[in-house]
Design a protein around this ligand. Sequence first.
Ligand SMILES: [Zn+2]
Length: 70
Amino acid sequence: MAHSSSPPFKCPNCKALYQVVPIEAESASDGQLTCRTCGGPLPARDGQFALKYFLLRRSGEFKRHAYSVV
Ligand SMILES: [Zn+2]
């Protein structure tokens, strides 16, 4: 009945893994989503659904110092 698990999304840039959860969104309030690891663009919507991304695993290649900026 319900799709209990969908395959994780892999960032094409840095290979970070995300669990993608589609949520019903009546209005497109979200702008562009970006990968939390590499900052690359992620698809924000799938048809009428807005997509939420939960980071499962970062790419081992990526340096974490990108986080300490800000
Ligand atoms: Zn990425």
